[in-house]
Design a protein around this ligand. Structure first.
Ligand code: FES
Length: 109
């Protein structure tokens, strides 16, 4: 199965040091809903499926919630439900990262 992107969100960390837990939870719920509504988990999607994982901590621990997108190695900070929607539409669907919210880049290739 082809994989287009893998999105990792530190949404509700055990030690809530990088964001307010309610903001993280709302962002995670929005991410799940968008991926479902946009049919991004469809194995017949030509670009490949979009995976999502809620992780405990991405070792940034500031300006969260943090969203890491592989294979691009792009780390977004200050994620909100509204920003998640913009990131999915611009970065995942249009392949244009949203520069203003990028904290750092660690590309695989
Ligand atoms: S708690 Fe979010 S990166 Fe550590």
């Amino acid at each position: 199965m082809l994989i287009s992107h893998h999105l990792l969100l530190c949404a509700t960390p055990t030690k809530a040091v990088c964001c307010d837990e309610s903001l993280g939870k709302a962002s995670w719920l929005k991410l799940k809903k968008l991926i479902k509504d946009l049919d991004l988990e469809n194995p017949r999607r030509a670009e490949g499926i979009v995976l999502r994982s809620k992780v405990d901590c991405l070792r940034i621990c500031a300006d969260g919630p943090i969203l890491l997108i592989w294979p691009d190695g792009i780390w977004y900070g200050g994620v909100t439900p509204e920003r998640i929607e913009m990131i999915i539409r611009e970065h995942i669907l249009r392949r244009t990262p949203v520069e203003e919210w990028i904290l750092k880049r660690t590309p695989l290739f």
